[in-house]
Design a protein around this ligand. Structure first.
Ligand SMILES: Cc1ncc(COP(=O)(O)O)c(C=O)c1O
Length: 339
């Protein structure tokens, strides 16, 4: 299938425009020279909503669905540093919807949490340990709002529902189109993966229109079995929505594209090795990564290239999924790791 036919299939799902347009792809000349690969960066950190990031793409479809269902309030969840929660609150406010953010962790008045407050989002912070616990709180709030006559729309952690995944199917089409315009055939598309929606979209999109391109989705510390199960489920359900059943990936293909070993002890750990990578990319290319997602994914990319698992001469696209707010959320911790 070609990218236009894939995009046609997406048209039957409502979408609100939250992005400025396509995000740019830039050549990372200095890092390319050092790694002996051709490295390009897709600037999904510059989507144009709030601080930018991958959630804008998911929210275009999620909030399209919410508006079609005449909902008036959006509920979502995440860690206190959640980029997804911030993006959701910003998009909801812009569209005239109310936002309730269900967050876990220690609320300090900085970073994304501070930006959530500037948006006048309703924020509830819990001592939950996992995303699953947050899901229960969200459902409780959903019942409370329904009882009060509201029409809530519930978005799971990370916006990773099949409707959210449509955003990254569209991104896969965009990546292939831009590659053609640049006269480049990508060998690898590399991104961070956590709740699995971005990965599911990239895998399914590429498998459908560009099966020769190898996706490498680098885990950032979430339990691997949970991530694989989430991606598998999302791939299947989204393929059914778009009638792409023939293109569904096997468990082995999903496992092969899910790279472990760069989580540094678990989701949300802030470590010196990753801060070194953030400093390196900032110095070499003038681009800031974040300490929770893209910094760890880029650490993985550097390691795979140095070990020649990504062979010299490869054309590699790193998808910068955003998250710069995380640097400010953990400013003190990060500052203590600087030389
Ligand atoms: C900056 C950033 N990159 C990557 C991801 C991972 O995306 P996903 O949750 O779709 O796996 C997230 C998710 O929160 C994120 O905020």
């Amino acid at each position: 299938m070609d990218s236009n036919s894939l995009k046609k299939r997406l048209e039957k799902y409502p979408r609100v425009k939250l992005m400025w347009g396509r995000t740019p792809i830039v050549y990372a000349a200095n890092i390319s020279r050092e790694l002996e690969i051709d490295l390009y960066i897709k600037r999904d950190d510059l989507t144009g909503l709030a601080l930018g990031g991958n959630k804008t793409r998911k929210l275009e479809f999620l909030l399209g669905d919410a508006l079609r269902k005449n909902c008036d309030t959006v509920i979502t969840a995440g860690a206190v540093h959640s980029n997804h929660a911030l993006q959701t609150a910003a998009a909801a406010q812009k569209l005239g919807l109310e936002a309730v953010l269900v967050l876990r962790g220690v609320a300090e008045n900085k970073g994304n949490y501070f930006l959530d407050r500037l948006l006048d989002a309703e924020i509830r912070v819990y001592e939950a340990k996992t995303g699953g616990e947050l899901q229960n709180y969200m459902e409780e709030i959903q019942r409370e709002l329904l009882a009060g006559g509201k029409k809530p729309y519930l978005i799971p952690v990370g916006g990773s529902s099949p409707t959210g995944v449509l955003g990254y199917i569209k991104a896969a089409a965009e990546i292939m189109e831009q590659g053609r315009e640049l006269n480049l055939a990508w060998d690898y598309v590399v991104s961070a993966t956590s709740s699995g929606g971005t990965q599911a979209g990239i895998l399914l999109g590429l498998k459908t229109i560009a099966p020769a391109v190898k996706p490498l989705c680098i885990g950032v510390g979430d339990p691997r079995e949970e991530l694989l199960a989430a991606v598998q489920g999302l791939v299947q359900e989204t393929a059914a929505m778009l009638e792409l059943e023939g293109g569904v990936l096997t468990g082995a293909e999903i496992e092969g594209s899910t790279i472990a070993g760069y989580g540094f002890g678990g989701y949300g750990t802030i470590v010196k090795e990753v801060i070194e990578v953030i400093r390196y990319v900032a110095r070499k290319e003038g681009i800031y990564l974040d300490p929770v997602y893209t910094g760890k994914a880029f650490f993985g990319l550097l390691d795979l290239a140095k070990r020649k698992i990504i062979p010299p001469g490869s054309r590699v696209l790193f998808v910068h999924t955003g998250g710069v707010g995380g640097l400010f959320q953990y400013e003190d911790l990060v500052s203590g790791m600087l030389p």
